[in-house]
Design a protein around this ligand. Structure first.
Ligand code: ATP
Ligand code: MG
Length: 140
């Protein structure tokens, strides 16, 4: 399959513990290339919109508070089967269930503070990339 793109967030628990480089190293070792990146503080509005699909879930308010609690690093990743490859290296949502060698197994604190986000489909990847990046900010 041709190289394609996915969207990643290094979450506040990871930036707080100075793990931006550690996460990125694992992404790169998984065959993904960072073709855009910026460190931002998400607004409440941005976080609510970004996680809008979870609006009715009991953890929604806590999740929005967590995602706005500190800086995040948003990234566009490029590679063969980028969405799937990223989901594999991220590991299961709950670090207690994440496989050895995954980012969440190695670094995540809890099911909420789980260090990384990754798009779950090509369609969502395109939407999420466009939510945070202009085309000229992505340099492959
Ligand atoms: P992400 O969308 O962040 O890549 P994911 O696709 O593995 O993670 P989702 O089910 O989309 O997981 O949940 C989005 C995020 O909401 C999770 O990454 C986690 O931070 C938080 N979350 C999910 N389930 C729970 C829960 N039961 N309790 C607290 N927080 C949760
Ligand atoms: Mg998800």
């Amino acid at each position: 399959m041709a190289a394609n793109r996915t969207f990643s967030i290094i979450k506040p628990d990871a930036t707080r513990r100075n793990l931006t480089g550690a996460v990125t190293k694992m992404l790169e070792e998984a065959g993904l290339r960072v073709v855009a990146a910026k460190r931002i503080r998400m607004s409440r509005e941005q976080a609510e919109q970004f996680y809008g699909v979870h609006r009715e879930r009991p953890f929604f308010n806590d999740l929005v508070s967590f995602m706005t609690s500190g800086p995040v690093v948003v990234q566009v990743l490029e590679g063969e089967d980028a969405v799937q490859r990223n989901r594999e290296v991220m590991g299961a949502t709950n670090p207690a269930n994440a496989a050895e060698g995954t980012i969440r197994k190695a670094l995540a604190e809890s099911i909420e503070a789980n260090s990384v986000h990754g798009s779950d489909s090509d369609e969502n990847a395109a939407t999420e990339i466009a939510f945070f990046f202009r085309n000229e900010e992505i340099v492959g």
